[in-house]
Design a binder for this molecule. Structure first.
Ligand SMILES: Cc1ncc(COP(=O)(O)O)c(C=O)c1O
Length: 410
C-alpha cells in the first residue's frame, strides 16, 4: 500500500512542479499545445444539469477525462456541481483522491483481486459484475475487516460486462447477506443509444426499469439506479432515473445534438506555431515517400507536431489546418514530430499560430470531422493526444491560464 501511495504522490509532485505561470501562446516554451476551455465545460455541465433536473450527474472522466486532463476536469466538474465522477480503473480514482477530490467516485471497469484493498483504502465505489467477483470481494473484506461500497452492474444487452438480469436477484441477495457490502447502486449500459431510431436502447431501458420495479423499488434503503450515457441523456429522457453518466456530451462532441442541447460545444483545441517556411517549385515531392507533389510553385510550412503527439498518421494528405481563418491541406505524410502544409501563395511567418483542431474565424476543424477522416469516432481522436503536448486551461477570469502537463503519466 505504501508503495502505491508513493507512486501517486510522485505523479502529483511532477504535476505540481510543472504548474507555473505561462505565456499563453507558448506553454513551457513548447511550440504545440492543447487548449481546454473550462468556461465552456462548465456551461456544458450546467446545460445538462438543467435538463436532467433532480437526477444526479455522474461525469465519466476515464482515459484522462477523454484526453482533456483528469485532475483539472475533475476539479472544474466539482465546481460546476457534478455529484459523482466515473473512472475506468483504480489508478484514475487514486490519483483523484490524492489530488483532493472528495465527491463519490465510481470505478466502472472490471476490478481485480489485487486492487480491492486499495479501492477500499481510497474510498472508491466499484462495480460488482459477477458472482465470482462478489465472493472474492467478500473474502478480502473479511480478511481486512473492511466494508466495500459497490454498484451492481446488470447486463441488459451490451454483452460486455454485468450479471445477467435473471442472475441479478441472487447476487443482490448475496450482497445483502454479507455485512461487508454497502450496495450503493445498480446500473446498466446502453449499447445503441446514439442511434435514436434503433429500438434496442428503448428495450434495454424497459428491461432495466422492470428489474428495478421488481427488485429495487421495494427496498427500504435508497439505491441509485443508472443507465443513461450521452445518447440516453439526449434521446431518451425516460432513462434518466436516479443518475446519468454522459461523457462525450459533456465534452461537447456528441452527435446528433437535439434542439434542447444545441448550446453544448467542444472545449478542446489543438494549436501550434509555424516552425519553418520554404518556397517549393512545381512538381516537387514533399515528405516521406514523396506522397504529395506540388502542382505549382508554392509555399510549404512545417508544423512541429506529429503522430508522436497523437495526430493520426492516416490524416496525411487528408486533413486541413486553419490559419488566419482559412483552410490549408496537410501536404504528404505526417511524421512523428512534424508535418507539412501547402499554403499556396498566402503569407506565413515562423511563429504564426495555426489551429489543428478548433475554430479560427469562420472555419472549424472539429474532432468529429477528424474522426470521420480517420474512419473512427471522436472519443478515439481525443484520447489519442498524449502528454507531450502541454494542456493549457482557460479559466473564468478570461486572462488567467493555468497549466498542467499531465495527469495520466502513470
Ligand atoms: C459504463 C459507462 N458509462 C458511461 C459512459 C459514457 O459514455 P458516453 O461518453 O458515450 O456518454 C461510458 C463510456 O464508455 C461507460 O463505459
Amino acid at each position: 500500500m505504501e508503495k502505491a501511495e508513493n507512486k501517486y504522490r510522485f505523479i502529483l509532485s511532477i504535476l505540481n512542479k510543472t504548474k507555473r505561470e505561462i505565456v499563453i501562446n507558448s506553454p513551457f516554451g513548447h511550440p504545440a499545445w492543447i487548449e481546454i476551455d473550462l468556461i465552456q465545460f462548465k456551461k456544458n455541465i450546467l446545460n445538462i444539469k438543467k435538463h436532467i433536473g433532480q437526477t444526479r450527474l455522474c461525469l465519466p472522466i476515464k482515459a484522462n477525462a477523454y484526453g482533456h486532463g483528469l485532475i483539472p476536469i475533475a476539479k472544474s466538474a466539482c465546481e460546476a456541481g457534478v455529484e459523482y465522477l466515473g473512472v475506468s480503473c483504480l489508478q484514475e480514482g487514486a490519483l483523484l483522491r490524492h489530488a483532493g477530490i472528495q465527491i463519490p467516485i465510481l470505478v466502472l471497469g472490471a476490478i481485480h483481486q489485487e486492487q480491492i484493498a486499495e479501492l477500499i483504502h481510497y474510498d472508491l465505489e466499484f462495480t460488482i459484475a459477477s458472482f465470482y467477483k462478489a465472493k472474492m470481494v467478500a473474502e478480502i473484506c473479511q480478511q481486512l475487516t473492511k466494508t466495500a461500497k459497490v454498484h451492481l452492474e446488470i447486463d441488459t444487452g451490451m454483452q460486455r460486462t454485468g450479471v445477467r438480469i435473471d442472475t441479478a436477484p441472487s447476487v443482490i441477495e448475496f450482497l445483502d447477506n454479507h455485512p461487508c457490502f454497502e450496495l450503493i447502486g445498480v446500473y446498466s449500459h446502453l449499447a445503441t443509444a446514439d442511434e435514436p431510431q434503433n429500438p434496442f436502447a428503448q428495450s434495454q431501458i424497459q428491461k432495466f426499469k422492470q428489474f428495478i420495479e421488481a427488485h429495487i423499488a421495494t427496498r427500504d434503503k435508497k439505491i441509485l439506479c443508472h443507465i443513461a450515457n450521452s445518447g440516453g441523456v439526449v434521446h431518451f429522457p425516460d432513462s434518466y432515473l436516479d443518475m446519468v453518466r454522459p461523457g462525450i456530451l459533456a465534452f461537447g462532441h456528441y452527435l446528433p445534438l437535439t434542439q434542447a442541447f444545441k448550446d453544448i460545444r467542444p472545449l478542446f483545441s489543438v494549436k501550434a506555431k509555424v516552425a519553418y517556411f520554404k518556397v517549393v517549385p512545381k512538381g516537387e515531392g514533399v515528405g516521406y515517400g514523396h506522397r504529395y507533389t506540388t502542382e505549382r510553385d508554392t509555399r510549404i510550412i512545417t508544423i512541429p507536431l506529429g503522430y508522436g503527439d497523437g495526430l493520426r498518421r492516416c490524416l496525411s494528405n487528408k486533413a486541413h489546418i486553419l490559419m488566419k481563418g482559412k483552410r490549408y491541406p496537410i501536404a504528404g505524410t505526417i511524421c512523428m514530430d512534424q508535418f507539412m502544409v501547402d499554403i499556396g501563395q498566402d503569407p506565413a511567418y515562423v511563429g504564426d499560430i495555426i489551429t489543428i483542431i478548433g475554430e479560427d474565424g469562420h472555419e472549424c476543424m472539429s474532432v468529429n470531422e477528424m474522426g470521420r477522416l480517420c474512419e473512427t469516432i471522436s472519443y478515439e481522436i481525443l484520447c489519442g493526444f498524449n502528454n507531450r503536448l502541454p494542456r493549457v486551461y482557460h479559466l473564468e477570469n478570461g486572462s488567467q491560464w493555468e497549466n498542467a502537463f499531465l495527469d495520466c503519466a502513470l
